[in-house]
Design a protein around this ligand. Structure first.
Ligand SMILES: NC(=O)c1ccc[n+]([C@@H]2O[C@H](COP(=O)([O-])OP(=O)(O)OC[C@H]3O[C@@H](n4cnc5c(N)ncnc54)[C@H](OP(=O)(O)O)[C@@H]3O)[C@@H](O)[C@H]2O)c1
Length: 290
């Protein structure tokens, strides 16, 4: 635990010690402690954010222990994001729609509320990188239909996207997403992924392809307009083969790290009532670990 969180100034100016954490199994690879503890230091607050290695069978008890232990809340990561829904006292419509809880808030009466902030992370990352970006600039093509895709689609819909083409290797998963979300979402077969890029204003990879240890995403960019923005939610490596190819041909790109950083901001607002910033210093600090 960084000693700087216990500076006399921080302790003297606080009437309580602020606590939050991330529950996962495994969890020690998570960059969340480094990210959140940066904000404790930056805001000179006495508090800490800890990794909590919780086995799936221990999730309910661990969540119930948050209140007596004085936690303001926690984040959830693999494999707890779905299972938590049946434990929490309230799960908001965002988390229900996305089908996963990423953030738990302990309310004053000890009850537990779940939400999902990944959609916020995606949209605010794009906006920070390209402030002139607009969701209604033209069709968005989302490759993938897993948990990340659901958050991206939710964010794009909320931001005003008028047409979102979801293309997934397993057709039934894309069809289910389109049927469930409705509105501007349309599912297309995997075989059409190359041609579907014609006229797109935004391309987002939400598959695990391109991650360290995985094959690059099998996607030809020749039909993609040069004005289109290309985003990848994979952030290991930061410059995925997709982003490298897109950048090389002249498309603007957005990497996935900012999504991780920005999704943490609404958590701080809910847990501690504090507005945080994704600074260049914070980004560089996390980037150095990738
Ligand atoms: N930046 C962030 O904050 C953030 C947030 C969430 C996720 N992510 C990253 O996004 C990636 C996906 O995460 P997730 O939670 O959405 O996982 P997930 O729910 O397991 O979904 C995985 C997706 O990848 C597709 N896929 C897997 N192997 C494939 C292959 N060989 N060819 C084509 N498609 C393939 C799957 O297609 P099928 O349905 O056909 O299997 C599915 O659409 C991970 O790398 C994760 O780290 C980043």
């Amino acid at each position: 635990m960084p000693a700087s969180l216990y500076t006399p100034a921080a302790m003297a100016s606080s009437d309580r010690f602020l606590l939050a954490g991330v529950m996962g199994w495994p969890v020690m690879h998570s960059r969340s402690p480094m990210l959140h503890n940066y904000w404790f230091r930056r805001h000179e607050l006495a508090g800490t954010y800890i990794p909590l290695a919780i086995r799936p069978e221990g999730l309910a008890a661990a969540l119930r222990a948050l209140h007596p232990l004085g936690f303001a809340g926690c984040n959830l990561t693999i494999p707890h994001k779905q299972q938590a829904m049946s434990v929490l006292d309230e799960v908001d419509t965002v988390a229900r729609r996305i089908g996963a809880v990423s953030c738990v808030v302990v309310r004053p009466d000890g009850s537990l509320a779940g939400t999902n902030n990944d959609h916020y992370g995606f949209i605010y990352n794009v906006r920070q990188a390209h402030p002139d970006w607009r969701a209604d600039a033209g069709p968005a093509v989302v490759i993938g239909a897993g948990g990340g895709a659901r958050a991206v689609c939710y964010g794009l819909m909320e931001a005003g996207a008028r047409r979102i083409l979801v293309i997934n290797r397993s057709a039934e998963r894309a069809a289910a997403l389109a049927a469930e979300f409705g509105g501007p979402i349309e599912a297309l077969p995997w075989a059409q992924r190359h041609d579907a890029l014609e006229g797109a204003a935004l391309l987002v990879n939400t598959t695990s392809q391109g991650m360290v240890g995985q094959s690059p995403l099998d996607l030809r960019l020749d039909r993609l307009p040069l004005r289109a923005l290309v985003a990848d939610i994979v952030y290991t490596p930061l410059r995925t083969p997709l982003l490298a190819a897109a950048g090389q041909r002249g498309n603007r790109t957005v990497d996935g790290l900012g999504m991780l950083l920005h999704q943490a901001r609404p958590a701080w607002a809910a847990w501690f009532g504090i507005q945080t910033e994704v600074t260049a210093e914070l980004r560089a600090m996390i980037e150095a670990t990738i």
